[in-house]
Design a protein around this ligand. Structure first.
Ligand SMILES: [Zn+2]
Ligand SMILES: [Zn+2]
Length: 327
């Protein structure tokens, strides 16, 4: 599969190189005019949905979508982050923010807020053969298609909850889906072949002999093609199950160095734990029809490790998703 390609934003002609001395008397471009920049805007709406395919029996819907199939549906407080790019105008802005707010309200939030997604947009009318279930990733794509004629989109991130969100980077069926979970574990950072003094010099307090613990936050991002009917890049319930079975259950409430065989010989730094999780999940995610894109392990509010699991395909360069990460 190819790496995501960002749509090139329309960029006004660049001004003269700022390092070039301005000739005496020449007009200087004020306010950064022409220089490229990415801006983000957040919007929120509340909507309900139901996962129910008319071609399946009630039992099949229940088996496939679990409680998401229950009538009359359930709701979420969605949060949308819109990233837009372009050259600054003469007022020092990529876009006038009031126009951005207006476009997002008109095209998205005013249409969806307090509505049922299955009813409000024809994209999600499942009586139509081209109708799709209103999953997070399908909704992100539908929002992209509605906003793209109005705004120079770079990327969209749609949070369904704090622990589930989707990113789309263009008008294609490809989407990124991230789930967040957590586990608590103890570890000790020390290389067994080194002396206490040497380990102390390298790892400091983390080398203390009886270990210490963290509440780890784990984010798993998969990349895949949105199924035109189920609206899913992969079976979300199955993804949760695999992450629980392979990572959360074996790691939670353990002393990693002693209880997880891999860390008997590998120092369980956040980096090594994230790499091990990526190794554990790559093949199972592929079996679900998606690609493991990224594992992010946050050890404390102050440090996190990220592994781009598609290396060397995507290289170690954080891609466009990172433009949204701090939003
Ligand atoms: Zn839902
Ligand atoms: Zn630690």
């Amino acid at each position: 599969m190819t790496p995501p390609v960002m749509a090139a934003p329309p960029v006004s002609p660049a001004p003269a190189d700022p390092a070039t001395p301005t000739p005496a008397g020449a007009q200087q471009r004020p306010h950064g005019q022409g220089r490229p920049c990415v801006i983000t805007r957040r919007a929120a709406f509340s909507a309900s949905h139901r996962y129910w395919l008319p071609e399946l029996s009630p039992e099949q819907n229940q088996a496939r979508f679990g409680p998401c199939s229950l009538a009359p549906g359930h709701g979420h407080n969605y949060e949308l982050i819109v990233a837009m790019g372009g050259g600054l105008d003469a007022d020092g802005m990529v876009l006038n923010l009031s126009e951005v707010k207006h476009a997002i309200r008109e095209q998205v939030s005013a249409q969806l807020d307090f509505r049922c997604l299955n009813d409000v947009w024809p994209e999600f009318d499942l009586q139509r053969p081209e109708g799709m279930l209103p999953t997070t990733e399908a909704l992100a794509l539908a929002i992209w298609r509605r906003l793209a004629p109005h705004l120079p989109l770079m990327g969209l991130r749609l949070h369904e909850t704090d622990s589930l969100w989707a990113d789309v980077l263009g008008d294609s069926m490809e989407a990124f889906l991230t789930i967040r979970t957590h586990f608590a574990a103890a570890h000790r950072l020390a290389r067994p072949e080194l002396s206490v003094e040497q380990n102390d010099a390298i790892y400091g307090k983390c080398a203390r002999p009886h270990g210490h613990g963290h509440n780890y936050l784990l984010e798993v991002t998969v990349r895949g093609s949105i199924d035109p009917r189920s609206g899913m890049v992969c079976d979300l319930a199955a993804l949760h199950r695999r992450v629980d079975e392979l990572v959360v259950e074996p790691f939670d409430h353990t002393f990693l160095n002693k209880d997880v065989a891999h860390f008997a010989t590998t120092v369980p730094t956040a980096e090594n734990i994230a790499l091990h999780i990526a190794d554990l999940l790559s093949a199972p995610v592929a079996e679900l029809g998606a690609a493991l894109h990224k594992v992010r392990l946050q050890e404390s509010p102050n440090n996190a490790a990220e592994v781009f699991a598609e290396v060397p395909q995507l290289g170690m360069r954080p891609q466009a998703l990172e433009a949204l990460a701090g939003a």
